[in-house]
Design a protein around this ligand. Structure first.
Ligand code: USQ
Length: 395
């Protein structure tokens, strides 16, 4: 029997749940380009939910069949796109039995904080979808082949914005009433979406321990960018959201600049996060997949590259846009969220550097690339202008 690490270096069989998403698609391209075999599953829900809020991807998205053909044409290799819903455990079981993956990547979650805060129905959908898909995956892998590596996307937002350094570990030592014990790292979500990821983490820890599973739980900050090395043709583009519900802050600022709208830091604008480019995110994921933890290990990974507050980011995007001849204003708008608008933020990051990961992109340079990529789509973006200003209030 070939040692698992050596086998992974040769070729890996990866299932990506949520392959139609911003990250799922970009990761599929990276893995196929590296010679790995990829089977992706997606229920296309983000396409529908984005239309539900009157928006769409900045770049028109090819159908699943067209995506399969585009991969074959530009990258060759082995890639299959299955339209399906992993809340259906039978589908997951059949896929894992048939494809025999070395790894399953779980991105098949509702990933928007504002979407989860619209009303009871949206909160409930988010919790049901995210927690049940995670539970299904844990049971499928435990029942069929516990040696499969589960790589699960969590969020830096699981930690919230505590007044202590955020550790990169599942457990911390705590002293309660003078007695010491080891407890799960304290967490505090800022939306029902973020709470769903916290509950996911507890499921991974608990079932992982019971069934001796191999798990990577990634705490990633907001991702920005339009490109990865593989996105060399329009037909390979990944989705790009910019509306108040689905767009993340830097991506939104870039579209606001292209449309001549003011950039919109919420409230005081000192909200601080760890950001990472799409290219660096996908590369970090590749490294984590090709360097799995030991059997039975739960590995938590903090994944970000640069720390900024949202006002500093607005100034970076303004400068980049002005260099390209655009006129840009910054207007602090009323914060629709309930969150700390000024706070301490110092997360630890050691796992990715220890595996040789070094970010290649930075926000100052990458925003120029993004603005240039978005400018040709200005007319299309105009159609969704109404969906940009925040409307979803936390209270
Ligand atoms: N913000 C603004 N102006 C805007 C949009 C956002 O000031 O126009 C602020 C928000 O209030 C927040 C910060 O920017 O303080 C980040 O917001 P975001 O919408 O970029 O990101 P968030 O809602 O936190 O969620 C995104 C992804 C989610 C991921 C998370 C990582 O949608 O899937 O888990 O980033 S983290 O932020 O570390 O929790």
């Amino acid at each position: 029997k070939v040692d698992k690490t050596i086998r992974l270096l040769i070729k890996m069989r990866a299932v990506i749940l949520g392959v139609d998403g911003y990250l799922g698609w970009a990761l599929a391209l990276r893995l196929v380009a590296r010679g790995h075999e990829v089977l992706g599953i997606d229920n296309l829900s983000t396409r529908r939910f984005s239309n539900e809020v009157g928006a769409d991807s900045a770049f028109p998205l090819p159908s699943p069949e067209e995506r399969e053909r585009a991969v074959k044409k530009h990258l060759g290799g082995s890639f299959k796109f299955v339209v399906g819903d992993v809340r259906d455990k039978n589908l997951l079981d059949e896929t894992i039995r048939g494809f025999k993956p070395d790894v399953v990547v779980h991105f098949a979650e509702q990933r928007s904080a504002p979407y989860s805060m619209k009303d009871y129905e949206h909160a409930r959908y988010t919790l049901e979808n995210n927690i049940i898909t995670t539970l299904n995956l844990l049971y499928s892998v435990a029942e069929i082949d516990p040696s499969i590596h589960i790589l699960k996307m969590g969020t830096m937002g699981e930690y919230g914005t505590p007044n202590f350094d955020i550790p990169e570990s599942a457990f911390v030592e705590a002293v309660v009433n003078g007695k010491k014990d080891v407890i799960p790292t304290p967490k505090w979500g800022g939306s029902f979406y973020h709470w769903s990821k916290i509950f996911d983490t507890y499921l991974l820890l608990y079932k992982g321990r019971l069934s001796n599973l191999t798990i990577t739980d990634i705490m990633q900050g907001p991702v920005y960018g339009t490109r990865t090395e593989e996105i060399t043709d329009e037909s390979l583009r990944t989705r790009f959201d910019f509306d108040e519900t689905w767009g993340t802050v830097i991506n939104r600022y870039c579209v606001e600049a292209v449309l001549g709208l003011p950039l919109t830091p919420y409230g005081k604008g000192k909200q601080t996060r760890g950001f990472i480019s799409l290219e660096d995110s996908v590369e970090a994921l590749r490294i984590l997949l090709e360097n799995p933890p030991k059997q039975g290990e739960y590995r938590v990974v903090n994944q970000f590259a640069e720390i900024y507050n949202v006002t500093q980011l607005a100034h970076i995007v303004k400068e980049a846009a002005e260099q390209l001849g655009m006129r840009v204003d910054i207007t602090h708008v009323r914060n629709p969220r309930v969150e700390a608008e000024e706070h301490y933020y110092n997360p630890e990051i050691k796992v990715l550097p220890s595996l040789g990961f070094r970010p290649k992109k930075n926000i100052k340079e990458e925003t120029k690339v993004m603005l240039k990529d978005l400018l040709p789509y200005k007319n299309r973006l105009e159609r969704f202008k109404e969906a940009i200003m925040p409307k979803t209030h936390w209270k």
